[in-house]
Structure formats: C-alpha cells, structure tokens
Design a protein around this ligand. Structure first.
Ligand SMILES: [Zn+2]
Length: 621
C-alpha cells in the first residue's frame, strides 16, 4: 500500500518534469556545435558551440570529468585551450574559472558562442584522436556543455579538413546534409561517439533490425566482408538470448571499428553503437576482435538498457558508482565467449580455457574473502582506467568485476540448468531482466526509466527459478558474500573436468617475473607458501635449499627436486638490507585447468545433452 502510493507520486513527479523539459526544449532553439580540423596533422580540432535562447543567469560552461562506460575520472578539460566566449556581435565576453573544469560567462545576452581548441591523440573508447587519417571523437572528450541545458537538443556539423573527403559514422541522428547530425539531449549527445574519416561501411539486417559495421582499417575489402559475416552470426546468437533486439533510436545499430596500428586496445558500449579499437588488422587478430564484438554488442541490452542504478542518468561532473558491475560487465564477459562458441566461431578447447580462466580468477585469489562482488563494483572508479602513482595492495584485495562476475554467471547458468533439467537457464534470467528493466525504455530518448538494484536482480532470479530461497541464498553467498561456488560439481554435469594443471609439482609462490631477476616481483599473496615466511615485494632472494638463486630458472630447478609438503630454507635480503633465513613449507602448484571429459574418458549421453543445450547454437525464442 505504501509502496504503491510512493510509486504513484513518483510517476506524477516525473510526468510533470518531462512536461517542463519538453516545453523548455520547444521554446528554445538547438545548441549548435561545429567541429573543424584546420591542421589535422597537429592533432587538434577547433570547436565552435553556440548556445541560443539563454536565460539571464550566468552561463556555466563545463568539460566532462567522466565518460559513460568508464568509471574513473578523466578530466577532459586538460586538453582544452584558447577558449573565447562572444555575443552575436562578435564582441568578446569575459569568462571566469570557477574550478579546473569550467568557464563561466557571468554577463551575456540571449546567445553566446564559445570557441576553443582541443588536442587529442589517443584512439580508444574514451578519448579523442585527430590526425590526417581521421577524427575519432568520444563526445565527453570534445564537447563543452552548459549546465542546466540537459534537455535541449543539439545540432552537430563536421567540416572536412582541407583537401580531404571524409564520411561520418555515428549513432547521432542524420540531419540535412551528410555532415550534419542531431542529438535530442545532452545524455544522448555524450553517448554518441563519432568516427569521421575514410570509413568502409557494411550493412545487414536480422528480421526488421538493421546493423551497420563502420570500419576504419588497413585490411582488404574481402577480409572485412568475411569478418562482418561472423559479426552477423554473433548478432543472431545474442538476439536469441533475449528473443528480440532493442529498438535502436536512429533506426540502426552501428559498430565503429578502428583497427589501426596506432590504436589502443579497447571496446566501449553505447546505446546504439560501440567503439572497438585495436592495433591489428582483421587478418592478424580476428578472434580477439570478434571477442570484443561479442562483448560490446551484448551491452546494447545489458548495461545500456538493462541499466544498473548509479549510472542513470550519467553524471558528467563526477565518478559514477554502481553496485552491479559484476552483472553489467561480468555477465557480459561470460556471454562474449559463450556466444562465440554458440556461433561456431571458437571450439570446445578454447571455451574450456575461458572457463578455467574465470574460475581461477576467483578461486585462486584471496581477495574474494575480503571484498564481495558488490564491493568490487564499487572499486571501479579507482581501477577502471584510474591513474595512480602510489602502490596499492589490490593484487591481494581486488578481483576485477569482469572475471568475478563472469564466474558468478557461469555458476548461476550451470546451477539453473542443473536444478531444472535444462529448462531454465541464465538466458531466461537475462530475458526477465530485459522485460522488467530494459524493454520499458525511457520517457526521453537516451534515458532508462527503470534502472535496477541488486535486490531487483535477486527478485528476478526468484521469478525465473521459481524458488525465492534459492535466489536469496545464491545472492547472499556469491554476490554479496564471500563463497566460491562448487565449480567441480557444476562443470561435471556438462562433461568438463576441473583439476590441477600440474598435480604433484612443488610450489613456493609466484615469486619472480621474467624481468624481475631474483627480486620478488609483486605483492606476496597470503595463499603463497612464502607469505608465512615473511617475504614481500622487492625482497632479494639469495638462496633456496642451499642453491644460489640468480634467475627464476634457478628456483624451478630447486622445486623440481622437491614435493609438496617439503620444507626448504630461503635466504633473502629485505629492502633495509637485513639478511634473513626462514623455513618455507612448499605447497602443490594451485594452477587449474578445465578439460572436456572425452579427452581422457567418456562423455555420457546426459553430459552431452547438457553441454549441447548450453554451448550449441540457439534458436530465437
Ligand atoms: Zn563491457
């Protein structure tokens, strides 16, 4: 009763807010952005932004501090310079700097035009890159916006650099000319990365949904043609998970790929597009590139429309935090390779290796005892592209929410299948999330009206499993708690064996890296035998079991002569130059592997049926 009243009140409030937004937008003209590139070889662009029909209050011009899909701060104002504001007569208006991210025009008329330059030389999903081959634009890195004008539409015009003929690929709406686009509001504008260059465009349809693949690459046309056929297989298999595609607002979904030797490795999701960048051609690294396609496209449901609370609407002034990246990113991480398997692009041994990686990331890390999957999501503003100069102990206290969430998805999928004899799967859970939170959409384009909470996700698991107690136990143990699922049992149903990779091999810890010499290369984990002996990062190991240690290979030689459980003395010098001799009890190498049972034994009929339903191609439901 109370919650019903509250909901009604919220509906009324949001209706009146929408009405005000629409009235304001109707009365005022669009914001006008013009991007030009007088010297692309010097990697900057000129931006001219005109804000018409302004109220008399001071105009607060802002550069974003964050970018949708990236959770740390990026401070895009750092590359902006030569900023000038003017009225319609061209007379300069004085600006002040309220903070490092903004320029304020205190006194102005109805229209203000601001001109500025912005430097950019980083091809990925977050930043800006300009050179003679293209302009690769992530809007938060390029666009100066005005506080309070979020609901105003904007028009963007792209000027070709002198002597170059480029085309625009973007999820922005087409306007009059091929170089003119519109966005309905600030949220949508910021979510619309744009590739302006010699773009090769391919297109396909699935049912009534249109998909465009825009590539800036150095491969051949035939390579791109064959590649896009695999992209279509991925799009079809992911469509089968949800049973339908979202309604893409421009009328199509656009993949924006920059496969260039001077690109960084990245993938970034948006509502109706994705940016994928990599320093390889299609021929050189096809599988890796397709893995990114599978991951990013899955996001057009999971994260873009099945949207976690905390990210909606996105706040460009600060870091955005959510409790649910284990689901938004982790479940997407699980589905990427699963979809490649279902589409027939990778084989069973590759899937087995992926599974081993997911399980190992959680089972072999002591961090799951310290932070839950929810806690790991809250670390995103520090770990997702965050810059730091001090040391952290994250190698023992943090597991990325990508593999952590992927491992949770794996456990949940297998658990649901086992409990229901294959009738209920993780696909059903994703569809339930889609129907409850994604499909209803938003009252304004670019918004999601019903972002979900962790409790909502648990409630949908209760619905699809038909077992509230099971859903509650799963969430409290594996999502909000510190347990690790019984992967050995779960995987055996599908005819996979989870086992030690090197049974019987003695192990002291992962002390050295190839370039560390005989110094301890990283933080020592509490799970390593040398932890109890007091060894730590930077300690200089001199001798183990009487053998001088001058390289990682010397340690391998010692271990080969021993068994797990043996005690050996380690002589080391710590960073205060004190020499110490300590006993260490060797353990068994903990590394795991997953192998299909038929490699050594026989796949049963039941295991084969379970595995085929899970990993085989799916029909749209
Ligand atoms: Zn992702």
């Amino acid at each position: 009763m109370l919650s019903g009243m509250r909901r009604l009140l919220l509906v009324l409030v949001s209706l009146s807010a929408a009405a005000i937004g629409v009235r304001g937008a109707d009365a005022a003209g669009p914001l006008l952005y013009r991007f030009s590139f007088p010297e692309p070889q010097h990697r900057w662009m000129q931006v001219e932004a005109t804000f018409p029909d302004l109220p008399p209050a001071p105009l607060e011009l802002r550069m974003s501090r964050s970018s949708p899909g990236r959770y740390s701060l990026h401070e895009f104002a750092k590359n902006v310079y030569d900023v000038h504001a003017a009225g319609p007569d061209g007379a300069e208006l004085p600006t002040t700097r309220p903070d490092p991210y903004g320029w304020t025009v205190a006194r102005h008329g109805a229209t203000v035009t601001v001109k500025y330059k912005v430097y950019g030389d980083f091809i990925d999903g977050t930043y800006l890159a300009i050179d003679e081959t293209h302009a690769h634009i992530n809007m938060p890195a390029a666009v100066m916006w005005a506080r309070g004008l979020d609901d105003r539409p904007s028009t963007l015009t792209f000027d070709e650099p002198p002597g170059l003929h480029w085309t625009v690929a973007t999820q922005l709406h087409r306007a009059g000319s091929p170089l003119e686009f519109t966005a309905p509001n600030l949220q949508y504008l910021m979510d619309s990365p744009t590739e302006f260059g010699p773009v090769a465009m391919r297109e396909f349809t699935v049912g009534t949904s249109r998909f465009r693949f825009a590539a800036h690459h150095l491969g051949t046309d035939a390579e791109l043609d064959g590649y896009v056929k695999d992209v279509e297989k991925i799009v079809r298999q992911e469509g089968a998970v949800y049973g339908e595609y979202p309604r893409y607002e421009p009328g199509y979904y656009t993949f924006l790929a920059d496969y260039l030797p001077y690109a960084s490795a990245d993938g970034m999701e948006h509502r109706n597009s994705t940016v994928m960048t990599y320093a390889a051609t299609i021929a050189q690294n096809r599988l890796r590139l397709l893995d990114t396609v599978a991951h990013e496209f899955f996001h057009c449901w999971n994260v873009e429309r099945i949207r976690p609370q905390g990210l909606e609407p996105f706040d460009f002034d600060r870091a955005n935090m959510t409790d649910s990246l284990w689901l938004a990113e982790g479940f997407t991480q699980y589905y990427g390779p699963l979809i490649l398997q279902r589409a027939g692009i990778i084989d069973l041994s590759e899937t087995a290796d992926t599974i081993a990686g997911l399980v190992s990331s959680v089972a072999l890390s002591p961090a799951h005892e310290i932070r839950s999957a929810v806690d790991m999501s809250r670390m995103a503003p520090f770990i997702d592209g965050g810059r730091r100069s001090d040391r952290t102990n994250w190698s023992r206290t943090v597991i990325s929410y990508y593999p952590f969430g992927g491992a949770i998805a794996l456990a949940l999928d297998l658990e649901l299948r086992e409990r229901s004899d294959g009738r209920v799967t993780l696909d059903d859970f994703m569809r339930a999330m889609w129907r409850a939170y994604g499909k209803p959409g938003g009252s304004r384009e670019g918004y999601v009206d019903k972002p979900y909470s962790v409790d909502d996700a648990e409630a949908r698991l209760a619905d699809v499993s038909g077992d509230r107690a099971f859903a509650h136990e799963f969430f409290s143990r594996y999502v909000e708690g510190h347990d690790v699922a019984d992967y050995t049992r779960l995987l055996s149903r599908a005819g996979f064996i989870l086992r030690k990779r090197n049974p019987g091999r003695a192990w002291a810890g992962n002390l050295f890296s190839p370039r560390s010499g005989e110094r301890v290369a990283s933080l020592v984990s509490p799970t390593w035998p040398v932890y109890a002996a007091g060894l730590e990062q930077d300690d200089d190991v001199r001798e183990i079991d009487g053998q001088a240690i001058r390289s990682p290979e010397d340690l391998d030689g010692v271990l080969a002569r021993h068994r797990p459980g043996d005690r050996v003395d380690i002589v080391f010098v710590d960073r205060t130059t004190r020499s110490k001799t300590v006993p260490v009890t060797l353990a068994e190498d903990p590394q795991l592997e997953v192998v299909p049972i038929e490699r050594d034994g026989k796949l049963s009929v039941a295991q084969k049926a379970f595995r085929d339903r899970w990993l085989g191609p799916q029909e749209a439901k």
